[in-house]
Structures are given as C-alpha cells and as structure tokens.
Write a protein that binds this ligand. Structure first.
Ligand code: CMC
Length: 422
C-alpha cells in the first residue's frame, strides 16, 4: 500500500500523487497543481500550520508529551523551570545547567519601577487582572526596545528569560492592585512557584513560605499548562511573531487569545457554572439544558482530545492533596456528579466530550485562595513558556509571514452609488 493520496482534477482529468509524510500532506503540491483553488478550512480543523518538535499530542488516545517525555512523569518528577528549559532547549538540563537557569530566571523577576507604578496606576481599581496582564506585557515592549532584534538568538533568549521571570511578578501585582494591597517584591531565596505564592499572599511577613502541598500543586499546575502545541493562543503568538513583531507584543497577543472563555477563560467559567448550579440535586436539570443547547458544559470538550484529557486526570488527583490542607471545596461534589452524569450520557459519549484541563483546576485555585478573575492569569504564567518556545522555533525555521487566503462570498463588483440615490 502506497503512503500517498491521489488528487484528480475532474475538469481536466489530470492527477497528481502526493506522499503522506508524518501523517500530513504537503499543501505546496496542492497549490502547484491547483493554483487559485483554496483549501477552505475555517478554524484550521484539518490544517497543520507548522512542523514542530516541541509537544506531541494524540487526542484520540489521551497522550501528551513534552519533547517526548510523558506529561504524567514530568508532573510527578520535574519542576516548572526544568520543564521550561526542556521545552525551550529540547533536552532536560543537567545539574549545573539547571542551577544556572534557575539563577537566571530568579535574577530577572523585578519590574522597572516606572513601569510598576505608572502602568498599573493607569487602570481602574476593578480592572480584570487578565486585561491588566495583557496590556502590561505589551507595555514591556517599550521598556526593552532591543527586543526588536529578533534575528539574534542570544538577544531572543534574553527576552525569553525576562518574560518567564516577570510574568509571576506582573500577575501578582495585578492581583494586589485589584485588592488595594501593597506590592510584594520578588524574593531570590524562593523557587519560582513559592515566590509567586509569596508575592500573591504574604502580608507583613518577611519569611513567608507556602505550605509544601500547595507549593507542589502550584508547580504541577504550572507544568501541566506549560505547552499544548498549536492551540488558539500559541497560534496567535506565532501569527503575530511571523510579522517579526517583538516577543512582548507577540505574547500579549497570546494573552488576549487566552482571555476568551472558549480557551483559557474556561476555568473561570467552570467555577461560575458550578456556583450557578448551586447543589448536587440541580445537576440533572442543568444537564438537560446543556443537551438542549441552552448551555455549554464548561470544562468539557476539546478540539483535539476525543478522550479523557490526561491533564484533567492529574489535576483531579492533585486536588485531593490540596483539599487535605485547605478543606474540601464544596463545589467538588457538583463537579464529580456532573462528570459522572456526562460520562454515562449518550450526548457526551457520542460527541466524545470528556473533562478538559479546566474542569478541576478552578476548584484547586479557589481552595488555595485565588479569586476567579485570576484563573486565566494562572494559565498565562506557565503558558508563556510554551508561547515563547514556539515563537523561538518559528524564528529558527524558514518561516514566512502568516497570511491565509479567503473564499470571497460578497457581492460582485459594482459602481459607487451617490448618497442621494441610496
Ligand atoms: N458542552 C456541550 N456540548 C458541547 C461542548 C460542551 N462543553 N463542547 C462541544 N459540544 C458539542 C457541540 O455542541 C457540538 O455538538 P453538535 O455536533 O450537535 O453541534 C459538538 O459537541 C462538537 O463541538 P464543537 O463546538 O464543534 O467543538 P470545537 O472543537 O469547535 O470546540 C471547545 C472545542 C473546547 C471550544 C468546546 O468543546 C467548548 O466550548 N467547551 C467548553 C469550553 C471549555 O471548556 N474550553 C476549554 C478548552 S481546554 C483548555 C484550552 O484549550 O484553553
């Protein structure tokens, strides 16, 4: 059997044979054979926008790997910064590489004072932290004009370090600002997750150290969210980056995409949904509304996973460790019941709808003390690594500016009508 497809143009009877390589067919062959005939694929349902060596995802079998390492092994054994190194460099660091990398990130966590004071003060007191984060990241571009030199790999890596290091600082300061609390400076004696928790929650404590179980849960959540190949926000970062925009505005574009409730905003939507359902007994009635199309079951379904999202399974386990410290989240019962009902219902079975990463993460965040408005921000911090790994990979490839075609369905050419004749 030949690993190829044959395309026949029935208008002319001409055919071409195109090889199937790595599960894909080169669109270049189509373009050459049928110039001007576009492949109509809204939402990129069947389009691979790039080759990539970063993350492997097999949605049918529920497999997720970073650089070949299974996500459950990384979640169990690794740290977020080690995973960041892996995603960016392709290999796990040795001891001295990891120590130098941790040190570098730790020493770039501070924000320029002008930036910290003025950027945040420009916002209304109840600004959504995700709006604040998105604008703040774009604003960083003006502080680092040298970032525009995207051709120099060393300069690129310098900006990558800055962004990974500063995201938790910006995120925590957005939260403190929204609460009217004083800003907590980053601490160099704490690891990445602990430092973030310290900037978020410490009040008048010089020696704040988070509970080890909560610190570990934060680390696991960071690892699970670090990358997810060509999702909506990563695609946004790549598309903007393909115009050779600097990394700060490319990441700001990704933040904007992540803000949407169909993407990173879903964990916030899950909590609102659970609160609206209110109690265990209301689950069946809510499910009927979902099935009639009145509602969507937030935290369920995925464009790629047609099986249980492996991240959801790990998060569900991590939730129990968190609840041992914080006490059980009262919404957990509703979530478990929703899952049980959904997994047994033909509507969800037929459509292959399973819990995704957002279904249980919000419950952990809420129990740890994060307000719902911070949930998408908690996704953006680790995903910055993935966005930048893809941005870097794209620039290392021979990439062209992203510019899809369209199929025009508007009116045919006509003459301008003077205003009095309309
Ligand atoms: N609840 C009820 N029905 C659903 C759901 C849901 N959550 N998701 C999909 N469906 C139905 C949908 O109505 C459609 O049914 P039909 O064929 O009868 O019209 C079918 O399943 C296929 O759905 P789709 O909208 O074509 O699927 P998609 O691949 O375009 O959308 C999705 C994927 C994630 C946007 C969607 O499943 C959804 O809106 N889920 C809820 C939001 C959510 O949890 N998002 C987080 C995604 S994971 C984290 C991330 O990537 O940021």
């Amino acid at each position: 059997m030949s690993e190829s497809i044959t395309i026949t143009d029935n208008r002319t009877g001409e055919s071409i044979e195109v090889p199937i390589e790595n599960g894909a067919v080169d669109a270049g062959a189509w373009k050459k054979f049928l110039p001007g005939t576009w492949f109509l694929d809204p939402a990129f349902g069947t389009t691979a926008s790039t080759e990539s060596a970063i993350t492997f995802l097999d949605g049918g079998n529920g497999v997720l790997e970073y650089r070949g390492y299974p996500i459950d092994q990384l979640a169990e054994k690794s740290s977020h910064l080690e995973v960041a190194y892996l995603l960016l460099n392709g290999e796990l660091p040795n001891e001295s590489e990891l120590s130098a990398w941790n040190d570098e990130i730790t020493h770039h966590t501070y924000l320029h004072e002008n930036y910290r004071r003025h950027v945040h003060d420009a916002f209304h007191y109840d600004a959504h932290p995700m709006g604040l984060l998105t604008s703040s990241v774009a604003g960083l571009s003006t502080f680092y004009p040298e970032s525009k030199d995207i051709e120099d790999p060393e300069n690129r890596m310098h900006q990558i370090v800055r962004l990974i290091a500063k995201m938790p600082t910006i995120a925590a300061s957005a939260y403190r600002f929204s609460k009217g609390l004083p800003f907590v400076f980053p601490r160099n004696d704490l690891d990445y997750a602990s430092n973030f928790l310290s900037m978020m929650f410490s009040i008048a404590e010089d020696d704040y150290v988070p509970d080890p179980a909560l610190r570990r849960a934060m680390e696991i959540l960071f690892i699970l969210h670090a990358d997810h190949e060509q999702n909506c926000s990563t695609t946004a970062a790549r598309v903007v980056g393909s115009a050779h925009a600097d990394p700060y505005v490319s990441v700001a574009a990704a933040c904007a995409a992540l803000y949407g409730p169909r993407h990173g905003g879903a964990n916030e939507a899950v909590l609102r949904m659970l609160a609206e359902i209110g109690s265990y007994e209301n689950v069946p009635a809510y499910m009927e509304r979902v099935k009639s199309g009145e509602e969507r079951l937030m935290g369920f379904g995925h464009r790629v996973y047609k099986n249980y999202d492996p991240r959801a399974r790990i998060i569900k386990d991590a939730a129990h460790d968190v609840f041992k410290v914080t006490g059980q989240n009262p919404l957990l019962d509703i979530a478990l019941k929703l899952e049980e009902v959904a997994l047994a219902d033909p509507y969800f079975i037929d459509r292959k709808l399973y819990p995704n990463v957002d279904f249980y993460s919000g419950l952990i965040y809420q129990s740890m003390g994060f307000p719902v408005e911070m949930f998408t921000v908690l996704f953006a911090i680790p995903r910055t690594v993935g966005w930048l790994a893809h941005w870097q990979e794209m620039l290392e490839m021979e990439s062209r500016i992203a510019r899809p075609r369209q199929v025009y369905t508007g009116v045919a050419s006509r003459d301008y009508t003077p205003i009095g004749d309309r």
